[in-house]
Design a binder for this molecule. Structure first.
Ligand code: G4P
Length: 530
């Protein structure tokens, strides 16, 4: 039987971050293709559908939700290593889900469109990775199109993201003249041959850049330019070294064209050889080392099951330590109850199968009826609380009402369950017991209305609530918090965990309250620990 240490060492759990349209889906597909997990391109997602869904047609968003369950985690093998690629929703309205997913990975691949450079969503997601000192590998995609100058791109990454960059490969031409790349880490010439992903070991090993083979294979002007540019970039950028990369201070940059399978193998090799295996996971009391005997895991994502009429959900849990075996009894720390985990799922590209065993870094899907929530810890007995699963204060707030007032009570149950899934924030007002729903993107209101109607049979309407934002009420002195709560009954609501939340009517109201209550904190982010 494989030892725990060996299994930990060969695990790579990562996510791809990018701005929509940079090529995340294409790259995911190609990684799976090269990893042998799928047989042909086009199998990961209905891409066109997904894009049209962005234009706020909830039916299609619904379909995307179905698809995203199937592809939330994709596991495959390459080079003897076991990869878990966690999908992050592309549309910015769902970015909170993305943030949570990033708590469950050990590294990230940042995909950048070579013509567009760093875009808004890339920057935001990068910041989240930075907060966790997460190692990031950069893939500059679409080199087969007219792209920005590679020096400018490196400079932009360095300046905008404040991270050191070093090229792992160097592009030879671009657009129609894109010939391939020179692999700077292993001195190989990689030439574009369309559809060549089946070649067992593409590329030609060179004896450095002065190797005469380069002169035979490339036109004189091209090879001269390559030598000159590489010399320059080697003078400008630090040499690649694993330690600063692992600390999140240096990103190796690959150039490629995912759609043409170009650069993908080098990227995979990079993840395989220097991306970290599972790291110790911080908890409130201590760091949990993956090699510990006892199994521990935390839930970072909840998805309603494909069958909308059943309240079955899948809780996605990252194994943090130990060797999980099917049928194990784990303690659900928040409730103190034992759970017999006999039907957990593993995800292999498009298929799921029963998880007979799992190791640190692996993601298991645990079907349940709502008892598991985001942030929950599962252990073999220890009362661990894992840190760092954020919950963001929503900036868009609306009141939700049932069309049929008799169904108000049922609506409460529906919205609470959806809040537990992490789909939206739900606040019950202190006075009048109205339900306020908070989201980060408007599209979520439509998705919610549709889900409440189809899954709970309650047609609802959303109404403007004239609210500016919500803030979790906190403070070192419980008496002061209580005083705040008692003095502001009209502006108070409670979230699905019954924690008090301040609802600000406008920017001034928020500011004024902050100033008037210096010993109370009004928090934008609430870290969810069980
Ligand atoms: P996303 O998940 O980050 O949103 O991006 P996605 O992979 O869906 O790619 C966005 C568009 O960019 C797609 O084109 C895709 O084919 C194209 N693309 C991806 N990689 C490359 C590349 O290396 N070179 C070039 N030239 N294009 C690339 P689309 O026309 O919008 O969609 P589709 O009809 O091709 O699916």
């Amino acid at each position: 039987m494989a030892s725990l240490d060996t299994e930990i060492t060969r695990r790579r759990t990562f996510a791809i971050i990018s701005h929509p349209d940079a090529g995340k889906t294409t790259l995911t597909e190609k990684l799976l293709l090269f990893g042998g997990a799928i047989q042909m391109a086009g199998a990961v997602k209905a891409r066109g559908d997904r894009r049209r869904a962005v234009h706020s047609d909830w039916l299609k968003v619904e379909r995307e939700r179905g698809i995203s369950v199937a592809s939330s985690v994709m596991s495959y093998e390459f080079d003897g290593n076991a990869f878990n690629l966690l999908d992050t929703p592309g549309h910015e309205d769902f970015s909170e889900d993305t943030y949570r997913t990033l708590t469950a990975v050990d590294s990230a691949v940042m995909v950048i469109d070579a013509a567009r450079g760093i875009q808004e969503q890339t920057r935001k997601l990068f910041e989240v990775c930075r907060l966790r000192d997460m190692p990031i590998i950069t893939f500059i995609n679409k080199m087969d199109r007219e792209a920005q100058d590679p020096f400018d791109l490196l400079d932009e990454i360095e300046q905008t993201l404040q991270i050191e960059v070093t090229p792992a490969s160097w592009p030879i031409g671009m657009g129609q003249l894109f010939k391939g790349c020179y692999d700077l880490l292993s001195d190989r010439l990689m030439l574009v041959e369309k559809g060549s992903h089946n070649a067992p070991d593409a590329g030609l090993t060179c004896d450095g850049l002065d190797d005469p083979k380069l002169d035979e294979l490339l036109p004189a002007g091209v090879v001269a330019e390559l030598r000159e540019q590489v010399m320059m970039v080697r003078g400008l950028c630090p040499q690649f070294s694993v330690q600063p990369f692992l600390e999140g201070n240096l990103t190796p940059v690959y150039f490629g064209s995912a759609i043409n399978n170009f650069g993908v193998r080098e990227l995979l090799r990079g993840i395989s050889s220097f991306a970290p295996s599972p790291r110790p996971q911080p908890s409130e009391t201590r760091k949990v080392d993956p090699a510990e005997d006892k199994v521990s895991a935390f839930v970072f994502k909840i998805q309603a099951n494909m069958d909308a009429k059943h309240r079955d959900r899948i809780a996605f849990a990252r194994v943090c330590s130990g060797h999980f075996k099917r049928g194990m009894k784990l303690k659900h720390v928040r409730s103190g109850k034992q759970i017999n985990v006999h039907n957990a799922l593993m995800f292999l590209a498009r298929e799921r199968e029963l998880a007979e065993e799992a190791f640190p870094g692996d993601i298991i899907g645990i079907p349940n009826h709502g008892n598991l929530r985001i942030g929950d810890a599962l252990t073999e007995g220890e009362a661990l609380r894992f840190n760092g699963i954020p919950s963001f204060a929503p900036e868009l707030l609306q009141r939700v009402r049932p069309m049929d007032p008799m169904r108000a009570k049922h609506l409460g149950r529906a919205v609470t369950q959806l809040a537990e899934e992490g789909v939206a924030r739900v606040f019950r007002t202190n006075i009048g017991s109205n339900w306020i729903v908070g989201v980060v993107g408007t599209l979520q209101f439509e998705v919610l209305a549709d889900r409440i109607r189809t899954e709970y049979d309650i047609p609802v309407m959303f109404e403007a609530a004239a609210l500016h934002t919500a803030r979790w009420v906190n403070g070192d002195d419980p008496a002061e918090v209580k005083r705040f709560v008692d003095k502001n009954p009209g502006d108070l609501a409670y979230d699905h965990d019954d924690l008090p939340v301040f609802l600000a009517r406008n920017g001034w109201h928020l500011q004024h309250t902050i100033e008037a209550w210096p010993n109370v904190q009004l928090l934008k982010i609430r870290e969810q620990t069980a």
